[in-house]
Design a protein around this ligand. Sequence first.
Ligand code: CS2
Length: 501
Amino acid sequence: MLNNKTAGSLNLSHRLSHRDTITPAIVHLGLGAFHRGHQARITDEFMAISGQRNWGIISANIFGGEQLISDLQAQNHLYTVTEIHSDKRRTYKLVSSIVDTLYAERDRHSLLKAMRSPNTRIVSLTVTEKGYCTNPATGELQLDNPLIAHDLKHPEHPRSAVGLIVSALAARRTARLKPFTVLSCDNMSGNGKRARSAVLQMATQFDPELARWIAEECSFPCTVVDCVVPAVTAEDLATVKDELGVEDKGAIVCEAFHQWIIEDDFVLGRPDWDDVSGVKFVKDVEPYEEMKLRMLNGSHSFMAYLGYLGNYPTISEVASDPDFYAATSHFMKSVAAKSLDIPEGEDLNAYAEELMQRFCNPRLTHRICQVAMDGSQKIPQRWLNTVRWHLEQGSDFAPLALGLAGWMKYVSAIDRNGEAIDVRDPMSAELKLIADSHPGNRADNIAARVKAFLSVSAIFGDDLPKNERFVSEVVSASCLLAEKGARAAVASLRYCEFHGR
Ligand code: CS2
């Protein structure tokens, strides 16, 4: 098994010698595959390049992943990354930047102690969109969310990410310590702003003076994160064991490619992460985040719902279907890109081409079900502002109308053959009830079902359901999908691209 003793025998460049000299300065919430493949890998690379050893990470899972924590603890928190390159090569890295792993439900005291420590200068997050417990459309803290309701009643035993942060900041204020920087690394538009708003709303519930202190003293920089990190499979772990000759239960397989764009706003300093290629500090991430969310993530969700209904299991298989390839490329170049303020020096057509090549990489087993997860939290920022832009311009957004039709069919949790769909979404029960309450495939049934879905203001806001053109386009797309099925419906988009509408 991989650990401090066996690591030296691996035929890897064990980048961090003197690992026992690493001291923690970052506490991370959300020890998932993405964190291990992105921030922890980059931080490891930074410490190897710079020789600095004072940016170690204490990484915690809030919910789930208890076995992973135990596995990593048995491995001295070491794990390997199998990097898949665009030319399909595989390279291997040993990551040593995580120096402790905690399971919040069991180790809450130790986690809060670490967050309160004066050595902790950054608390970072990958808790997914739903982990902020905010309304996806408005960003308002959901006071009726069971986690938030619990934390408001039991501030000394917080369970949510927001509650943990507020509790730790309150303790630092009492101890007259400076706060830490809260660094959101989640796929959300204005992720730092969303985190700040949630923390301030929660703090205000306890003590407006605490909220004022946080607002004035704490920083919440926004970031754009990019690396495709598929969920790890037993097959991945078996391949790593064969190829490296050691069992690594924390292994991940992800793209060699990574990008991290970070607003340079840190109250207690930060690593020079930009020593590592693919990382840059900027004043304002907004142009970059909209580019990535609308083009990369917007395409992912487009392929996820329609690809699932088209019986494709992975992103690379969907993207390699000629009709999906053409429709996704058309969506990126002629729908998403049109709605963007182009970041200086960026070529959106070239970016779209690069993304299509990344999507088609057969060595990346990026499962559709992983991307399709939590659509109620993802769609607002990946698709709907693009739709709003085209509604204002009076221009075409047909791929997104079809994408929404695919999503509505997906969350109905029954496919066109009557097979159940395992929908993972915090709003899955509410969405399935909508589908079940509006059955039938006649045009009037479909129209009623679409309107019922669009009435969910937490996703579609108050404006879109009132827009007649928007409703009509989604109804038409839903009728097309019901009549032709996903593959033929997508192919019809391709027809539209080449022959105009
Ligand atoms: C994906 C993202 O699962 C999803 O929703 O769209 O995790 C995507 O792989 C990353 O944002 C790529 O940087």
